[in-house]
Design a protein around this ligand. Structure first.
Ligand SMILES: [Fe+2]
Length: 397
């Protein structure tokens, strides 16, 4: 499957952050030319509409610049005793044929290829990233001039679409709004995007788009950079999760003087805890939380378990980041506490684990010294399934 880097979309990363990010639009013609085969295609959209469980909240139809009520393209179906809304493909096609634009929101929640597309953006910006797909019929007027509250990277996948983008204003309120062509004047970019082109539109930047003589399919990767207020809220949330802040006080009535004293104490405690935060490690933690939002992170547990099952005797193994508490020995076996589980392993295995905490990787066949290769391999596999060991070098067999 195609893997994209952030540079694939924006060109030189340093130039992008110095000159364009948050400042002005960027057009990168041919950025992904010839590398679109894994992205959603027109044919895949037919498959999506045919899904019996297509979530109606993800699909939107707009016509003449206005949203079409979902009741115009959904039907009610019985699921057991309950009733549910389902997408009616025929009605969606009819609306499209008569000039409607079909939008799939948060397609990265549904399609692995678009989830993969969010990864370089989630990594570069450490913030929530969503992919919205727009499919517009030939000759459609598309969207009238407006601005969005998020930064958008447009990727043209099928057909062509003509864009006008105006300058990014100095002061931006951070919400959505519409404009008239008269008030906007001359655009700074006017271009017909062809498959593989990428266009960056900073939040608050007016833009308009229209399809040409063929159906247009483009993806908008929307990134919502976290503002200071969002980041600081996360820091305070992490602090007040401590049980010192669990109380449920009454702040009025007869208890007021006591409550005020208690509040003053909690505010002082919060100040002390905030003062003790190490900015460097908190910045790393906040970057991490920004990258693992829903829709972007991909758990690889099945892959990991499958790799543990097929671990080769010559494969290198090392300690993972999973915390392990090594307990006391009863003379033959040592207790381990891992992910809430307690298990007992031969003392030599516990010693091997201790050695791996700071030592180099070893092969699975020699991890458990003094026993047969097969038994050592079994022990390494067991600990790899638990996540305590990980493969250090997949090339060794
Ligand atoms: Fe927009």
């Amino acid at each position: 499957m195609e893997t994209y880097s952030f540079e694939d979309f924006v060109g030189d990363r340093d130039v992008f952050f110095a000159e364009h990010f948050n400042k002005k639009p960027l057009l990168h013609k041919g950025a992904l030319a010839g590398r679109l085969h894994d992205l959603p295609s027109v044919g895949q959209l037919d498959d999506l509409l045919a899904l019996e469980v297509a979530p109606t909240s993800y699909l939107r139809v707009t016509k003449g610049g206005k949203g079409v009520p979902s009741s115009a393209y959904t039907r009610t179906v019985a699921r057991g005793a309950a009733l549910a809304e389902a997408v009616s493909a025929d009605k969606v096609y009819e609306l499209f044929r008569s000039g409607g634009t079909v939008t799939w929101n948060s397609l990265n929640h549904i399609l692995p290829s678009t989830r993969r597309l969010t990864e370089p953006f989630a990594d570069a910006f450490a913030c929530p990233t969503e992919v919205v797909l727009f499919v517009t019929p030939a000759g459609n007027d598309g969207f009238a001039p407006h601005h969005d509250s998020i930064d958008v990277f447009v990727v043209q996948v099928n057909g062509t679409k003509t864009w006008k983008v105006w300058g990014t204003p100095q002061v931006r309120p951070g919400d959505e709004g519409s404009h008239t062509l008269e008030e906007l004047g001359e655009p700074v970019i006017e271009v017909t995007l062809t498959p593989g082109d990428v266009l960056y539109v900073p939040h608050g930047t007016p833009h308009a788009a229209a399809a040409n003589r063929e159906m247009s399919l483009h993806l908008s990767v929307g990134v919502q950079p976290r503002r200071w207020r969002d980041l600081l809220r996360e820091t305070v949330d992490a602090i007040v999760a401590d049980e010192a802040f669990h109380g449920f006080p009454s702040l009025d009535g007869d208890q007021e003087p006591t409550a005020v004293t208690a509040l003053a104490a909690r505010l002082r405690l919060l100040q002390d805890r905030l003062a003790a935060v190490d900015p460097a490690s908190e910045a790393r933690r906040l970057a991490g939380t920004g990258r693992v939002r829903g829709g972007a992170a991909r758990p690889r547990e099945f892959e990991r378990l499958s790799a543990a099952d097929t671990l080769a005797p010559g494969a290198g193994v090392r300690r993972s980041a999973v915390p392990v508490q090594i307990g006391a020995s009863d003379g033959a076996r040592t207790s381990l506490f891992v992910k809430g589980h307690r298990l007992a392993v031969p003392d030599a295995v516990a010693a091997a684990l201790r050695a791996l905490e700071s030592g180099p990787a070893v092969t699975a066949a020699t991890f458990f010294p003094g026993v047969s290769e097969t038994r050592s391999l079994r022990a390494a596999q067991g600990l790899a399934r638990l996540g305590v060991l990980e493969v250090a070098d997949e090339k060794r067999t």
